[in-house]
Design a protein. Structure first.
Lengths: 315, 542
């Protein structure tokens, strides 16, 4: 297992390297640059523009810039923002907790809703309850989460004359305000995610329920809940966990829009703004963080296979 | 961030964000409810102390240093903390479009007969009581240091001081500006929203101007949480005794317009900037008691053409484009009301051509347009592209669609090309990589900015390849006319000349911005220039 994890970690570093190089090149290929954006209106001379360009290190060749960036990044120096002059690592680490909390809360919510509903749907296959739950989950899959966010906000303000308090506060500063601010966006993200968990759980549990060893368990006289939870569900979890791992990408993507709707100062909001303003070092670092999170979650998922299914562990 | 853009974007302009690009400033011009905002039908008219005024904005400033940023976000906040030497008059009875220069930190000033020496006499004012400045008195040295800093930093501010030869303190309370030549826009430029006076300690690096502000203004910065909120409290030593009335001003970052509206509805905010006609109609249903203030947008849409390229090098073609556009109907339908614009935006009051002249010089006449096109050798029109960006929000794209439709009626087939904001603002527009384009201009505050910056051969924002020696001469001359009335007349002549002989960029319309305000907010008189300093007069009647 240790060897497996090390191998995966090496792959992950390679993936991150390719990803950052790709973003590095793409961002610079996009027309528009930060110097003109900052000075276009000012009547600054060509010399002043060139001076700012060289001050920001944007006058060098792209391979030189990339080389410098990678060698600094490896040493933990992610550079400074081209707009505010703040250290990129400070900016990023201020914002990561917001996005992480949002992602974790939505994931937990999605699991709490998704797995039990999926199991019920499978056990009550083709009954009215099953049909009802399946319709709901298709609905959940089809609703764009930003739309749900806007509807929730507008609806609450009209119906209850209430919306979550503005002005983000961290959980450590004020847990009650923080949870009020985080709950709605987490629900928006969790609904789509839980809908796919419901569908995956349902079909996986159904598959297992029809397999022969379940008949054996039943014929041994096991109670129904033991059959369902200890045998059917546990054996279905591998595919459900895989799905969750893959959905982390969706989850992180969803934070970009929802953080903006719910005024949360997170990484998603940051990446959106810095792409528009061509703040290359911030984009670069934020993409790196998103990539790392995605890879880490998938590594954890791989390790969890072994935990839920001993056969994988020993392979 | 978009902030930067809008910065969307506004970076310089109205942008922003971009992301929310469009901005939050607007003035009290007309109250559609028919009430004036200083006296409600009920309640007292005597200002009361207390209350927290919450502003919601699309983005946070990147930094708080107003001389390193021309963004609307930075400079709006600067108005709470800093003062200028002179400012623009605001208050009851003052039109939003008035640009009368009044004392701020300078209680009076003198101009030499040759117009080359300006002497400012400072009032007794004190810096806010925060280390390292610690509430000491404002001196002429602060002003000199500020001006030297502005001149030495690249940016629009420096160009506003290009006529200045030297700035000297002759005693503790007297500052003398010597100009290279007489310069008519000088006082207006000193009142410009980038001319904030900073304490010497900040300029010398004894505190960090990018993350803190210590000024002479009505409010003291208590805390700035990057991208969350900035909190300001009342300055007890502000030079206008008894003001401000509000305990606190809080600036919160709320990127989404629907979220801002929801917050206004639920009483979490006093100011959220302007609303579209549709949003306004929705809000009026649920909150009929809100006051709605209308004001002329401090800038305009302009259609511009690459004047070196065929067929746009032909004046008849440019005139035909202008004649083909039904400005009045467009602005009523898309913005819910506005005026035919002009080379100087009507938000500059009587520096702009009178409305009657504008309507007469830019009529809607598709038949005449067709005739001119035929004379120019395009009886069947031509194909072209019309560049626009969605960085300012969806309305401008709708305007582009409307104009393309109008042009089609006279045979010009303009394909709309939507360009991402940063590409638009830093590449395509400044480098003149377009046939036709449509966009908003910056919130210019002086006729010289509207005219010379855009239309002079060497203008900083002549992004149209314009070069007209006769016009250049006129633009240089108007700067030297110190008699305001005479200059005004000449500025009008220039605008007529521009509309008859150049008409590029083609002014389209200036719409009325509509800003909702809770009914208990009293004595709010904003100005088209950036800065929330007008909140010193605001109080809550509740």
């Amino acid at each position: 297992m240790a060897e497996y994890i090390i191998k995966r970690l090496i792959y992950s570093v390679l993936v991150l390297l390719i990803m950052t190089t790709f973003i590095f090149v793409v961002m610079r290929a996009v027309p528009g640059d930060v110097v003109t954006l900052q000075l276009a209106n000012s009547g600054a001379t060509e010399e002043q523009m060139a001076a700012l360009k060289s001050e920001l290190g944007l006058d060098k060749g792209i391979t030189t810039q990339l080389g410098e960036w990678v060698s600094h990044a490896v040493q933990g120096d992610l550079g400074t923002s081209l707009w505010s002059g703040k250290a990129v690592s400070d900016v990023i680490f201020e914002r990561i907790p917001v996005t992480l909390q949002l992602a974790v809360m939505s994931m937990i919510l999605a699991i709490i809703i998704g797995i039990p509903v999926g199991v019920i749907s499978a056990v009550k296959q083709n009954t009215l309850i099953d049909h009802f739950l399946r319709v709901i989950s298709v609905g959940g899959l089809s609703i764009p989460n930003f739309w749900l966010g806007l509807i929730l906000l507008t609806g609450l303000s009209l119906a209850l004359n209430w919306i979550p308090p503005l002005g983000y506060q961290s959980f450590a500063e004020n847990p009650i305000v923080n949870l009020q601010q985080m709950l709605l966006p987490s629900i928006c993200l969790a609904i789509t995610l839980s809908a796919s968990i419901v569908r995956m759980t349902r079909s996986a549990v159904l598959d297992v329920l029809h397999s022969e060893f379940i008949r054996t368990v039943r014929s041994k006289g096991a109670k129904e809940w033991v059959v369902i939870f200890k045998h059917a569900l546990r054996n279905s979890l591998v595919s459900v966990i895989t799905l969750i791992g893959l959905q982390v990408g969706y989850l992180l993507g969803g934070t970009v829009v929802l953080e903006s709707i719910f005024s949360l100062p997170g990484l998603g909001n940051l990446i959106y703004e810095s792409v528009l303003s061509r703040d290359y070092p911030i984009v670069q670092a934020a993409v790196l963080m998103f990539g790392t999170m995605f890879l880490l979650v998938n590594l954890i998922v791989d390790v969890m296979y072994g935990w839920v299914d001993p056969r994988i562990r020993t392979r | 961030m978009v902030k930067k853009l809008r910065l969307y974007i506004n970076i310089l302009l109205a942008a922003l964000l971009l992301l929310g690009v469009s901005a939050c400033s607007s003035g009290t011009f007309k109250n559609t409810n028919g009430k004036t905002n200083s006296t409600g039908e009920k309640g007292s008219t005597e200002p009361k102390k207390g209350g927290t005024y919450t502003i919601l904005a699309a983005a946070d400033p990147d930094m708080l240093d107003p001389h390193r940023q021309s963004s609307i976000y930075t400079n709006s906040l600067a108005g709470l903390v800093y003062n200028k030497l002179v400012s623009f008059e605001t208050g009851p009875g003052v039109e939003f479009t008035d640009y009368k220069v009044v004392p701020d930190l300078a209680e009076r000033w003198e101009v030499s007969d040759d117009g080359k020496v300006y002497t400012f006499y400072l009032r007794e004012a004190y810096w806010q009581d925060k280390p390292p400045v610690n509430g000491r008195q404002l001196t002429a040295e602060d002003v000199v240091a500020t001006m030297e800093r502005i001149i030495n930093l690249p940016g629009h501010q420096a160009s506003l001081l290009s006529a200045v030869e030297s700035v000297k303190a002759t005693d503790d309370r007297t500052v003398v500006f010597s100009l290279k030549q007489p310069f008519a826009p000088f006082l207006n430029f000193m009142a410009n929203h980038f001319m904030w006076i900073l304490p010497k300690e900040g300029i010398e690096g004894k505190f960090d101007l990018t993350t803190d502000m210590i000024g002479t203004g009505p409010f003291i910065l208590e805390e700035w949480k990057d991208n969350v909120q900035a909190t300001f409290k009342r300055n007890p030593n502000y030079y206008e005794k008894g003001k401000p009335y509000l305990d606190r001003v809080i600036y919160k970052v709320v990127p989404d317009q629907s979220a801002r509206i929801a917050a206004l509805r639920t009483g979490q905010a006093e100011a959220i900037g302007q609303l579209s006609p549709q949003e306004l109609a929705q809000l009026k249903k649920t909150n009929p008691d809100f006051d709605i203030f209308e004001a002329l947008f401090p800038t305009q849409e302009q259609v511009y053409v690459n004047i070196k390229k065929k067929p746009f090098n032909d004046l008849r073609v440019r005139k035909a484009i202008s004649l083909a556009i039904d400005r009045k109907k467009m602005v009523d339908n898309i913005y819910g009301g506005g005026e035919v614009s002009g080379p100087v935006n009507p938000s500059l009051g009587d520096w702009a051509l009178p409305l009657k002249d504008r309507e007469q010089l830019m009529p809607y006449d598709p038949e005449a347009a067709k005739k001119l096109l035929a004379e120019a050798g395009y009886p069947n029109g031509f194909d072209t592209t019309l560049m626009v960006t969605d960085g300012y929000g969806p309305q401008l794209v709708r305007v582009a669609q409307w104009i393309a439709e109008d042009l089609r009626n006279v045979g010009i087939n303009a394909k709309i090309e939507v360009v991402e904001y940063a590409t638009y603002y830093s590449e395509r527009w400044p480098k003149v990589e377009y046939d036709m384009g449509i966009g908003y201009q910056t919130y210019f505050q002086e006729p010289d900015e509207w005219l010379r910056t855009q239309l002079h051969t060497n203008g900083a924002k002549n992004w149209y390849n314009i070069s007209d020696p006769k016009l250049d001469k006129m633009l240089d001359e108007q700067r030297l006319i110190l008699d305001q009335e005479k200059r005004k007349e000449y500025v009008h002549d220039i605008q007529r000349y521009v509309l008859e002989n150049l008409i590029n960029p083609i002014p389209i319309s200036t719409y009325y911005t509509k800003t909702p305000r809770p009914p208990y907010v009293k004595d709010s008189y904003p100005h088209a220039s950036y800065g929330y300093g007008y909140l010193r007069n605001v109080w809550f009647d509740k």
